[in-house]
Design a protein. Structure first.
Length: 462
């Protein structure tokens, strides 16, 4: 047995134990975005003074481990807060793959009283849905559920309120499975069948939540279009005059919904983890020190207005847009230098650009494919709503210049921030009928769609 010392703790483990396994089981929220494959390089720690990847390090002796600071990811919900607690309150929760957002809501005033946000602790098991499904398939769902419920309980406690009658919950289909302790493994393999899609209502005690009488989840549409998108449609405007709206939730999996008063068409495109900072050489999540904005003159802004530590998704979009405009990157994505330095140590390279090309083409091609599939033109679109973790800081001009979003819809783009949370709040307050979105929904599978495949290749260039 060997002793592992970290954060004033000592744990004894057998020889050959993987360090990250110990950290995860000890409740440390060190990100393992690649699911422990050693690819994302985001779980670096100091072992006896030397940098090591915790997911690859096998313990062979007594060691001292120093963990990096764990900053919460920036999350702008787009909500306004009244701050006044009334007699009749509820809680609304959005379980994002990356972040959690919890709102205390006055049902008397139909207003948000206060919002708490936090990083989803499941990032310790993988940065995206598929790596977490893979973990559940191998190890069961209990660990991921337990760390999630523990974090939510901490957030509830911070509100300082007595027992709440109802918590309303939204999130993607996999996140809701894990929240309820249901194994999501069937979502990860063809034919991608969820255990449930319908709304669930259970006692709060059954989930392990403290001081909650009952939990009500919003319904999902399919394995990859979840309650978060149902909530998003609920929050967004309904188009007028036979027009359509588009709702695009930007993330590792970009969900796209095309809808009007009578029809709902939806799909999802695997954009990859680069928007979250994974698979980017100097990429990082949207935490303090992340470059989120970059200008033509080389100036940049960081979250928290502190010295730069890396690049988050919106910063990557800006940097690539600037380099394309300057001619450092050509239309094929080729960069005429091995690395481009933003600071003395922060840079992007050719591989980073290729990662972005894959992501941006997936999103743009998903939008184009669903429109062409249904013979709907850009002129038929009233609004393009953008939601998701980094939508609050996205530079729309640069997103269009790099081919992430269609230039034809530039004047119709509306940023919604966290439409999942806001749509859940609206449902909690109004109890409006969500079945219209579900009964009329048609899912379009892009993985077998030849039109999408052709568009994906065509839209790789800048």
């Amino acid at each position: 047995m060997h002793k592992v010392r970290f954060n004033n703790r000592i744990v004894e483990v057998p020889e050959g134990t993987i360090l990250s396994d110990i950290l995860i089981k000890s409740g440390e929220e060190l990100p393992h975005l690649c699911g422990g494959k050693g690819a994302c390089k985001k779980c670096l720690v100091l072992v006896n003074g030397k940098e090591e990847l915790s997911c690859q390090y096998k313990i062979k002796s007594d060691i001292d481990v120093v963990l990096p600071e764990n900053d919460d990811i920036f999350s702008d919900t787009g909500s306004s807060e009244s701050g006044e607690i009334t007699e009749n309150c509820c809680l609304c929760l959005d379980i994002g793959t990356t972040t959690l957002a919890l709102a205390l809501v006055s049902l008397d005033e139909k207003k948000i009283i206060k919002v708490k946000t936090a990083t989803n602790p499941q990032r310790a098991f993988g940065g995206d849905v598929l790596t977490r499904i893979e973990y559940c398939n191998k190890n069961g769902v209990s660990e991921l559920q337990a760390c999630l419920i523990n974090k939510i309980n901490i957030m509830i406690d911070e509100f300082g309120v007595n027992r709440i009658n109802t918590m309303y919950v939204s999130g993607n289909t996999t996140m809701l499975h894990i929240f309820f302790g249901v194994d999501p493994s069937s979502i990860g393999v063809a034919p991608y069948t969820p255990v449930f899609l319908e709304s669930k209502e259970i006692n709060g005690d059954e989930t392990g939540l403290m001081n909650i009488e009952k939990v009500v989840s919003l319904p999902c549409i399919s394995a990859f279009v979840g309650a978060d998108l149902v909530a998003g449609i609920n929050y967004a405007e309904t188009p007028k005059n036979n027009k359509y709206n588009l709702l695009v939730d930007l993330g590792t999996n970009a969900e796209i919904i095309l809808y009007n008063r009578n029809k709902v068409f939806c799909t999802s495109a695997a954009a990859g983890p680069c928007f979250e900072g994974a698979n980017i050489s100097c990429g990082m999540s949207a935490t303090d020190g992340a470059i989120y904005s970059y200008s033509l003159d080389g100036t940049f802004k960081t979250i928290g207005n502190i010295s730069p530590k890396g690049i988050c998704g919106t910063g990557l979009i800006d940097i690539i847009s600037v380099l394309v405009e300057k001619g450092v990157i050509d239309e094929t994505g080729y960069m005429d230098c091995e690395e481009f330095f933003i600071t003395d140590i922060i840079k992007i390279n050719q591989k980073d650009i290729r990662q972005y090309q894959l992501a941006k083409s997936a999103v743009y091609s998903g939008i184009a494919a669903i429109l062409k599939e249904k013979s709907i033109s850009f002129n038929d679109i009233e609004n393009l709503f953008i939601s998701g973790g980094f939508s609050a800081k996205i530079n729309i001009d640069n997103a269009i210049k790099t081919g992430l979003l269609p230039k034809e819809l530039k004047e119709k783009i509306v940023v919604l921030n966290n439409s999942s949370l806001l749509g859940t709040v609206k449902y909690a307050c109004d109890q409006n009928n969500l079945s219209v979105y579900l009964n009329n929904a048609e899912y379009i599978d892009l993985s077998t769609n030849s039109l999408f495949s052709d568009l994906f290749i065509d839209n790789m260039e800048f």
